[in-house]
Write a protein that binds this ligand. Structure first.
Ligand code: PEP
Length: 257
């Protein structure tokens, strides 16, 4: 982490879990376990129908509400879609785009991820842009090349002012929901590379302002080591974000120099 230049962010991704009726007890338990002094920005990304409940319950606990997806379209005849204006209108501050599960199960490609990130930025919502290699790509030593490609594609047409507001999440696909975490060194290597790619496009100042998160089986035990890395500015957390005590422990693990 480097608090001098950028924000530390711990974002939970509830995926298709939780019910509106379980948000309040979750938040009460989270609040009871949170560190008294909040060392970072805390976000929970919920399914769209649960976001309004989360917005209300999150206020008391100083947790920002995030969404997990957005339409690339502004408005109109797109049944089932939710627009960036609709998210912004109710107070959503963050939204995940390009999660590997959306890429894999919903055919989202880099162009679509780019269009969604731009739609969010236009409405003042921070896109949490996910990138990550498969196990096969890692084993073939293609990780850095592939990540550079994904970053360039996701940021295409986004200017230097806007890029400072983006959050990038490096999520190796082989580490998501598998219990297999990238080592702190592996995660740092890729996060440092992501910053170098951003520096190559926008220059040093925007690059050092972008928060880069690690995601992939981050938990209460391994968080401190990952977060101690200089280019890892937080985490995107799936499984452990469903357990208030563990999620609060990850937040507490950001309290380090
Ligand atoms: C995720 O889905 O973004 C994620 C990182 O999941 P998990 O923490 O469960 O690996």
């Amino acid at each position: 982490m480097n608090r001098k230049y950028r924000k530390t962010v711990i974002a939970g991704n509830w995926k298709m879990n939780m019910l509106a009726s379980t948000v309040k007890p979750f938040m009460e338990e989270l609040k009871a376990n949170m560190p008294k002094v909040r060392p970072c920005e805390v976000v929970l990304c919920a399914p769209a129908v649960i976001v309004p409940t989360l917005l209300k319950a999150g206020k008391d606990c100083k947790v920002a509400a995030g969404a997990q997806d957005v339409s690339k379209y502004e408005k109109g005849a797109y049944t089932g879609e939710v627009s960036a204006s609709q998210l912004a209108d109710i107070g959503v501050k963050y939204c995940i785009v390009g999660h590997s599960e959306r890429r894999e199960y919903h055919g989202e490609d880099d162009m679509l991820v780019n269009a969604k990130a731009k739609a969010l930025l236009e409405k003042g919502i921070v896109p949490i842009i996910c990138v990550g290699e498969s196990l096969e790509q890692r084993e073939k030593d293609l990780t850095l090349e592939y990540i550079a490609y994904q970053i360039k594609a996701a940021l295409n047409g986004i200017d230097a002012t806007q890029v400072r507001r983006c959050v990038i999440a490096y999520e190796p696909i082989w580490a998501i929901g598998t219990g297999r975490t990238a080592s702190a060194q592996q995660a740092q290597e890729v996060c440092e590379h992501i910053r170098a790619v951003i520096r190559g496009i926008y220059g040093a100042r925007p690059a050092r302002a972008v928060s880069i998160l690690y995601g992939g089986s981050m938990n209460a035990k391994n968080a401190a080591e990952l977060l101690a890395m200089p280019d890892i500015d937080g985490g995107l957390i799936g499984g452990a974000s469903l357990k208030p005590v563990d999620f609060a422990a990850i937040v507490a693990a950001t309290d380090q120099e």
